[in-house]
Design a binder for this molecule. Structure first.
Ligand SMILES: Cc1cc2nc3c(=O)[nH]c(=O)nc-3n(C[C@H](O)[C@H](O)[C@H](O)COP(=O)(O)O)c2cc1C
Length: 492
C-alpha cells in the first residue's frame, strides 16, 4: 500500500494500531503509532527510512510490489533506532550494494544493530547534498542528540519537503496521513505528550537547531515525520510549537501526584488542592495517584505545570517506590523554571517527605516548604493541609520565578553513578563554585577543570570561561552552549 504525498513522493510505511508500549514500557502509545517510510521517484529512486523491525517482511514485500528493489539508487537513514531502520537487514539482503546515506555516527549505530559493516555507507554532514535528478537535491542536516547522536533530517529541494524523522512526530495512528485530515485535539495532545516525554531534556538543542534550520531560509511546504502525520497544512505550526515548548514551557497549572497505602496521603492531596483552588480559582489543578494513572500523562502534566506537589507516605523510612520512580524520570527530563514541594503522611519517624524534597531539589526545581501529617489526618490536620494549599497558591501566583534557570548560575545537583556529588547548601555557594564542574545537559558528561580534557587540548586547571568556544562535548559532540554549572567536580 502506498499513499501519495507530493509529486513523486509516496508514503510506503506501516501503521501500527495495536502497539501500546514503546522503549520497553517507558512510553505508553495509547493511540498506536505509524512508521513512516518514503519513496522518492525522481531521476534517482530514493528510499527515506524504513519501518519497525517487527514489520520487516511486510515492508519489503509491499515495497517490492511498488518498485523493482534493484532500481532503488539510494537509501537514506535519518536515524538508526529499530523503529526506523529496523527493516534494513531484510531490505539490504535483497539489495546489498545499494548506497546508504546517513551520518557518521549512524554508521556506528546501524552496524551495532545489524552487524553488517560491509554495507555501502556514505556518511554525510550538515549541508552535504545528493543530486536525485530532475533538478532536485536532498540536503542533509545533522541533528545530534535529537534524540540520538546519529539523528539527522533530510530536505528535498524543489518540492520543499523536510523529512524530519522523529522531530515534529507523534505516536498517533490514523487511516489519514495528513495533519489537516485528523482530529486536531487528539493530534496536538499526542504531539505534546511526545515532546514532554521524549524531547524535554534536549530543549536547548531543539531551540538551537530550529534556529539554525530557519537560518537557511529554506521554504518548507511539508514536514514529513517518521511517526504520525505529515504536516502539509501550515507546516510551520508544529515548528513554532516546538520553539514554545522548548522555552521552559509552563501554563497556570499545578499538578499533584502521590502514592498512598491507606489513603492518608491522598486525603492530604485533596485538601491541599482545595486550598489552592480557594485562593486561585483560575489555576488548573490536577491530582494523580501514580499507582493508578498513566505515567506519561502525569509527566505531560508536569511539563505543562508551573509547579508540582509530590506526596508519599513513609514506608520503611523511605518514600513509596512508584514515587521514587517518577522522581527519577523527572530528573532525567530536566524540567526548568518550575516550583515544587513535598507532602505526605507518616507514623513515627517519617523520612519520605525530606527525601522527596532533596530529590526535587536535585532535579532542578525551585523548592517551597513541605508538609507532613502524622497518621490519618483529622479535621484540624485537613484544615492545615487546606491552609498549606492556600499558601502555595499565593506564593506560586504572586512570586513567579524571577529569572529562568538557564540564565542563572544556579546549578543542578547531579546524582549519576559517574560523578561524585558535593552537596551545596545555598545558591550563593553554587555561584561561588561555578567553575568547579560543567555538566553537559544533553549526555551528562562532566567537564572538570581540575582534569582538563586532553583529547580536546584543554589543559588541567582551565576554567570553563577560558575553554575555547570550539570545544565539543566528548560525550555527544555538542558545543559549550548546552553546558550548565554543576555541583560536582570529579569525573571517574
Ligand atoms: C509497611 C509499612 C511501613 C511503614 N514504615 C514506616 C516508617 O518507616 N516510618 C514511619 O514514620 N511510618 C511508617 N509507616 C506508617 C505510615 O507511614 C503511616 O501509616 C501513614 O499514615 C500511611 O499513609 P498512607 O495511607 O498515605 O500510605 C509504615 C506503614 C506501613 C504499612
Amino acid at each position: 500500500m502506498t499513499i501519495h504525498v507530493k509529486n513523486n513522493i509516496h508514503w510506503v510505511g506501516q501503521r501500527d494500531w495495536e502497539v501500546r508500549d514503546f522503549h520497553g514500557t517507558e512510553y505508553k502509545t495509547l493511540k498506536g503509532t505509524s512508521y513512516n517510510s518514503y519513496l522518492i521517484r525522481e531521476g534517482k529512486n530514493v528510499l527515506i527510512d524504513t519501518v519497525d523491525h517487527k514489520f520487516s517482511r511486510e515492508f519489503v514485500q509491499n515495497l517490492a510490489a511498488v518498485i523493482d528493489l534493484a532500481s532503488i539508487d539510494y537509501v537514506v537513514i535519518n536515524h538508526a533506532e529499530e523503529d526506523h531502520a529496523g527493516a534494513l537487514s531484510e531490505l539490504m539482503a535483497r539489495i546489498p550494494g545499494t548506497p546508504i546515506y546517513c551520518t557518521h555516527n549512524a554508521i556506528d549505530s546501524i552496524t551495532g544493530h545489524h552487524h553488517h559493516p560491509e554495507w555501502n555507507f556514505h556518511p554525510v554532514k550538515t549541508g552535504d547534498s545528493l543530486d536525485i535528478g530532475n533538478g532536485k537535491q536532498l540536503v542533509f542536516i545533522e541533528t545530534p542528540m535529537l534524540h540520538w547522536p546519529d539523528s539527522m533530517m533530510t530536505y528535498m529541494t524543489g518540492d520543499a519537503v523536510l523529512f524530519s524523522n522523529d522531530a515534529f512526530g507523534q505516536h498517533y495512528c490514523d487511516e489519514h496521513l495528513f495533519n489537516d485530515e485528523v482530529d486536531q485535539t487528539e493530534l496536538m495532545e499526542q504531539c505534546q505528550r511526545y515532546y514532554a516525554n521524549i524531547l524535554t531534556p534536549f530543549s536547548p538543542l531543539v531551540t538551537a537547531k530550529i534556529k539554525e534550520v530557519l537560518g537557511f531560509n529554506l521554504p518548507v511546504s511539508m514536514v514529513a515525520t517518521s511517526h504520525g502525520v505529515v504536516w502539509r497544512d501550515d507546516p510551520t505550526q508544529i515548528i513554532l510549537k516546538y520553539l514554545e515548548w522548548a522555552d521552559q514551557y509552563q501554563e497556570d497549572r499545578i499538578t499533584l501526584f502521590y502514592d498512598s497505602m491507606s489513603n492518608n496521603t491522598r486525603m492530604m492531596a485533596d485538601a491541599i488542592a482545595q486550598g489552592i483552588h480557594e485562593v486561585d480559582p483560575s489555576v488548573a489543578v490536577k491530582i494523580y495517584n501514580v499507582s493508578r494513572h498513566d505515567k506519561n500523562e502525569i509527566l505531560t502534566q508536569v511539563f505543562r505545570s508551573k509547579g508540582i506537589l509530590v506526596g508519599s507516605s513513609t514506608m520503611n523510612n523511605v518514600m513509596m517506590p512508584k514515587v521514587a520512580g517518577m522522581l527519577e524520570e523527572i530528573t532525567g527530563l530536566r524540567f526548568r523554571n518550575k516550583r515544587a514541594a513535598a507532602f505526605g503522611s507518616y507514623g513515627w519517624t517519617g523520612g519520605a517527605v525530606d527525601r522527596i524534597q532533596t530529590r526535587l531539589m536535585d532535579a532542578g526545581f525551585d523548592i517551597s516548604f513541605p508538609l507532613k501529617t502524622k497518621w490519618r489526618p483529622d479535621g484540624s490536620a485537613l484544615a492545615e493541609c487546606r491552609e498549606h494549599g492556600r499558601q502555595i497558591a499565593r506564593q506560586w501566583a504572586l512570586q513567579p520565578l524571577a529569572v529562568p534557570r538557564s540564565n542563572t548560575t544556579h546549578a543542578t545537583a547531579v546524582t549519576t553513578a559517574t560523578v561524585i556529588a558535593t552537596p551545596i547548601a545555598t545558591n550563593d555557594a553554587i555561584a561561588m563554585n561555578n567553575d568547579r564542574g560543567m555538566l553537559c545537559t544533553v549526555c551528562q558528561w562532566i567537564y572538570d577543570p581540575a582534569l582538563g580534557e586532553p583529547d580536546q587540548l584543554v589543559a588541567p586547571e582551565t576554567p570553563w570561561a577560558a575553554v575555547p568556544e570550539s570545544f565539543l562535548c566528548p560525550g555527544c559532540g555538542i558545543g559549550k552552549e548546552v553546558f550548565e554549572p554543576c555541583t560536582v567536580g570529579n569525573r571517574k
